[in-house]
Write a protein that binds this ligand. Structure first.
Ligand SMILES: Nc1ncnc2c1ncn2[C@@H]1O[C@H](COP(=O)(O)OP(=O)(O)OP(=O)(O)O)[C@@H](O)[C@H]1O
Ligand SMILES: [Mg+2]
Length: 660
C-alpha cells in the first residue's frame, strides 16, 4: 500500500537500539547502508544515553573542526545535495501530471512533453545525487584515513603506563570501529539530515498545495505515532543494550581462548571453553528472543496503523476525487508526497541515532587523540660521543597502576664505560624495573638517572635509543623477514653487518639452516622460531646497532649452556667500548661480571664481584647455593654441559659446591 507508514527497528548494526518511524521504501536507509558494519564490544557499549549535552556539543564542535581540511569536498557535496533534494521534490508533482494526462486521454504531445519534463528532472536529480554521493564518500575516506593516522601517532607516543592500563582490544577498537563510526556517521548523517529537512519542508508544501484538508488529516496522526514509537523505542533500547553486553561478554571468551589456545589445549579445556562460550551465547539468545517478541508487537502495531492511515487517506481522498475537489492524478501525486515525507521522517529519526553513535565513538577517539603522555620525550641533548657512564642516584619508583607499592627504594649504583654490571636477585625484586627506567619507559618518583652525567630526560629520544640497545626478558620479533627483524630501526644497515651480528649472537648457523635463510619469515611475534632462536635474533638485533650501552634482561635464559657461553664470549669481546648490564637468574651467566648488584625487595642489598660476594656469605651466597642444589638435583645433564662449556672457557670461574 502506498501509505505504509510504519515503525522500523534499525537493524543495520548489532548495536541498534532505536526505533524509527517511516515509510517502507527500498531507498530508505540506503545512505546508512554505506556505513561500515565494523563493530566492537567496547564501542557498542559506548552508547549515547550518558552523553552530556556539554560534551555532546564540545565533541560535535571538535568533529566539525576535523572536517575542515575536507571542506571543499563537503561543500561541493552539500551544493549537489541541495540541488538533488530540490529537483527530487518536483518529481511526484510531474508524475501526477503525466497520470492525469493519461487518464484524461489528452493529446499525445501533452503526454510527451510532461514525460520529457519528468525525465529531465529525474536526470538532473540522478546526476546531482551521484555527484553528491561520490563527494561525500571521498570526504569520509579522507577524514577516516586522517583520523586513523592522527590516532595511531597519538597511541604510539603514549607513555608505557598507558599500555599497561589498556588492553590491545580497546586500542584497536578505537582505531578501527570507533574511527569508522565517527567519520562515516558524521558525514553521512549531516548529509541525510539536510536532505531530510529539505524534503520534509518541500513535500509538506506540495501536500498543502495539492490538498489542504488531506494534509491535515495525514499530519494529525503524527503525534500518536511519535508517542507509540517513543514507548516501544525505550523498551527496545534497553533490550539492545542487554544484547550488546552479553555479546561483548561472549566475544571476551572467544578472544581469550583464541589468544591462549596453546594453554587451553595443554590443559585439555576445549570442551569447557566451548560450553562457556555457548552459555554466554544462550544469554544473548534470551535477550534476542525478547527482542523478537517486541518486534512482532511492532509489526502488528505497524500494520494496524498502516491500515488505519490507508483507510482514512483513501476514504477521504476518494471522496475528494469523486466530488471533483482534486483530480485523480493529483491524488496519486499527494500519496507519493506522503510516501516521501514518511521516508524523510524516517531518515531524520535515523540521523539522531547515527549522530549519537558517532558522538559516542568520537568521544572515545578524542579522549585518546587529546591524551597527553605523562611525560614527554622532548630532550635535545645529543653529544657526538657517548661513553656510556650510567649512574642511578637514589632512584625510587612505583608503577602508575599501583602507586602505593614502592618497587624501587632509593636504588643507587654506577656502571662505568666498558664495565659489565650484573643485576641478580629473587623474582619480582625489581631488576627489570631498573632497565625499564633506564630505557625511559617510566619516570622515577624520585632520584635521578644519569648517562655521562646528564639526566636521561635531557637526551634526544632517538639519539639515546640508538646508543642503547635492549634485549628484553620476553623478546618480541615482528612478523617480517629475519634480516628485517635484525635490522629493525637501523636504517641503511648492510647485509654484512646483519650477518656479522647474527654470527656474534650465535644465530647464523640456525638461520642458514632455514629454508629461506635470512629471508625466512619470523611469523607473528616470532612464532615460527623457538624460544632460544628468538632470543638470539633479538641479541643480533641489539648488537647490530653497535650500542654503547647494552642491556640484557634474561637475554640468554632460553639458550643451552654452550650456546649461552658462545654468545657471552662474543658480547665480552666487543664490550671494550660498551657498558653492559646483564640480568640473569642462571648465576653462572653473571659470575664473571665486573660487579654484581644483588637487588632485594627494590633495594641494592649487596654489591661486589662474584668472589667478594661469596665471601660475604649473604643473599648472593644463598642464591648460588640454592641454584647449585637445584641444578645438581634436577639436571645432572646441565651440569655436564656447564662443565663442558667451562672447559672451553678457562677464563670463566665455575661455581663448585666446595667453593661455597
Ligand atoms: N607494568 C607493571 N605494572 C605494575 N607492576 C609491575 C609492572 N611490572 C612489574 N611490576 C611489579 O614490580 C615488581 C618488580 O618487577 P620486575 O619485573 O622489576 O621484577 P624482576 O626482578 O625483573 O623479576 P623477574 O626476575 O621475575 O623478572 C614486581 O612485584 C612486579 O609485580
Ligand atoms: Mg625481570
Amino acid at each position: 500500500m502506498l501509505t505504509r507508514l510504519y515503525f522500523t527497528p534499525v537493524h543495520r548494526q548489532e548495536d541498534s537500539n532505536t526505533l524509527t518511524v517511516g515509510v517502507n521504501s527500498s531507498e530508505a536507509g540506503s545512505q546508512q547502508s554505506l556505513v561500515s558494519n565494523e563493530s566492537s564490544a567496547s564501542s557498542l557499549q559506548s552508547n549515547d544515553e550518558n552523553i552530556q549535552i556539554s560534551s555532546y556539543s564540545a565533541t560535535t564542535w571538535q568533529l566539525l573542526k576535523l572536517c575542515k581540511p575536507d571542506w571543499h569536498y563537503i561543500f561541493g557535496g552539500f551544493i549537489f545535495l541541495l540541488a538533488a533534494s530540490v529537483t527530487e521534490i518536483f518529481i511526484p508533482y510531474f508524475e501526477g501530471h503525466v497520470i492525469n494526462d493519461i487518464v484524461k486521454s489528452t493529446s499525445d504531445t501533452q503526454i510527451r512533453d510532461a514525460i520529457i519534463t519528468l525525465g529531465l528532472i529525474t536526470f538532473a536529480t540522478s546526476v546531482c545525487t551521484g555527484i553528491r554521493g561520490g563527494l561525500f564518500m571521498v570526504a569520509v575516506a579522507r577524514m577516516n584515513i586522517r583520523i586513523r593516522n592522527l590516532l595511531f601517532q597519538s597511541v604510539v607516543k603514549q607513555d608505557i603506563s598507558f599500555f599497561d592500563q589498556s588492553t590491545t582490544g580497546e586500542i584497536t577498537s578505537r582505531l578501527t570501529s570507533d574511527v569508522t563510526k565517527m567519520s562515516d556517521e558524521v558525514t553521512l548523517n549531516i548529509n541525510t539530515f539536510l536532505r531530510g529537512i529539505i524534503k520534509v519542508i518541500g513535500t509538506t508544501i506540495f501536500m498543502f498545495v495539492l490538498s489542504f484538508r488531506l494534509t491535515v488529516v495525514t499530519l494529525i496522526s503524527l503525534p500518536l505515532i511519535a508517542i507509540i514509537v517513543d514507548y516501544f523505542g525505550e523498551w527496545y533500547k534497553k533490550l539492545s543494550k542487554s544484547v550488546q553486553d552479553s555479546l561483548a561478554s561472549a566475544n571476551g571468551v572467544a578472544e581469550e581462548v583464541c589468544s591462549s589456545i596453546k594453554t587451553v589445549r595443554s590443559f585439555a579445556c576445549e570442551s569447557y571453553e566451548i560450553q562457556r562460550y555457548a552459555k554466554k551465547l544462550k544469554i544473548t539468545y534470551g535477550h534476542k528472543l525478547k527482542q523478537a517478541i517486541l518486534y512482532a508487537g511492532f509489526e502488528f502495531t505497524n500494520e494496524m496503523l498502516d491500515l488505519a492511515i490507508t483507510v482514512v487517506t483513501l476514504y477521504y481522498g476518494g471522496h475528494l476525487v469523486i466530488t471533483g475537489q482534486i483530480s485523480g492524478g493529483m491524488f496519486i501525486a499527494f500519496i507519493l508526497y506522503q510516501l516521501e515525507m514518511g521516508e524523510s521522517v524516517e531518515d531524520l529519526g535515523e540521523v539522531y541515532t547515527g549522530l549519537m553513535q558517532a558522538v559516542g565513538a568520537a568521544d572515545k577517539v578524542f579522549e585518546l587523540l587529546d591524551r597527553k603522555s605523562e611525560f614527554t620525550c622532548n630532550g635535545t641533548y645529543a653529544p657526538a660521543q657517548l661513553s656510556g657512564h650510567i649512574q642511578f642516584k637514589d632512584v625510587s619508583f612505583s608503577y602508575p597502576s599501583n602507586r602505593e607499592r614502592m618497587v624501587l627504594d632509593k636504588v643507587s649504583f654506577e656502571a662505568k664505560p666498558g664495565e659489565v654490571i650484573a643485576l641478580v636477585g629473587q623474582s619480582g625484586s625489581g631488576k627489570s624495573t631498573c632497565i625499564s627506567l633506564l630505557e625511559r619507559f617510566y619516570e622515577p618518583a624520585s632520584g635521578e638517572i644519569l648517562i655521562d652525567s646528564h639526566p636521561i630526560s635531557e637526551y634526544d629520544h632517538e639519539y639515546l635509543h640508538r646508543k642503547m640497545a635492549l634485549v628484553g626478558q620476553e623478546p618480541v620479533l615482528f612478523a617480517r623477514k629475519l634480516e628485517e627483524n635484525i635490522a629493525y630501526g637501523h636504517e641503511n644497515c648492510e647485509f654484512e653487518d646483519i650477518r656479522q651480528s647474527a654470527i656474534e649472537a650465535n644465530a647464523d648457523e640456525f638461520i642458514q639452516d632455514l629454508h629461506h635463510g635470512y629471508g625466512a619469515y619470523a611469523g607473528e611475534r616470532g612464532h615460527n622460531l623457538s624460544g632460544g632462536q628468538k632470543q638470539r635474533i633479538a641479541i643480533a638485533r641489539a648488537i647490530v646497532r653497535k650500542p654503547c650501552i647494552l642491556l640484557l634482561d634474561e637475554a640468554t635464559s632460553a639458550l643451552d649452556a654452550y650456546s649461552e657461553h658462545l654468545v657471552q664470549q662474543a658480547i665480552k669481546a666487543n664490550c671494550k667500548n660498551r657498558t653492559v648490564i646483564i640480568i640473569a637468574h642462571r648465576l653462572s651467566t653473571v659470575e664473571d661480571a665486573d660487579r654484581i648488584l644483588v637487588i632485594d625487595k627494590g633495594k641494592v642489598a649487596e654489591e661486589g664481584n662474584h668472589f667478594s660476594l661469596l665471601a660475604k656469605n649473604g643473599i648472593y651466597t644463598k642464591l648460588v647455593k640454592n641454584q647449585l642444589l637445584s641444578t645438581s638435583k634436577d639436571s645432572p645433564q646441565q651440569d655436564e654441559l656447564c662443565s663442558d662449556a667451562d672447559q672451553k672457557s678457562p677464563t670463566t670461574p665455575s661455581l663448585t659446591t666446595e667453593e661455597i
